[in-house]
Design a protein around this ligand. Sequence first.
Ligand SMILES: [Zn+2]
Length: 65
Amino acid sequence: MTAHPRPHSADEMIPCDVCHKEIPLSEAQRFEAQDYVAHFCGLDCYSTWKHRSEALKQQDKDSQR
Ligand SMILES: [Zn+2]
């Protein structure tokens, strides 16, 4: 097995939760939800995600009897 050297392991790349672009963890917009952490490449994606999750929550409520 070959070990992949990771010289910048402190600056890990993570995908944006909305557009899936890879961004350095240190530059990501971070949002901690109840049971997970979401990352975004910028505030635009953050607000997209926020609107989306609020819409989902609304659907949840609507589907509850
Ligand atoms: Zn994004």
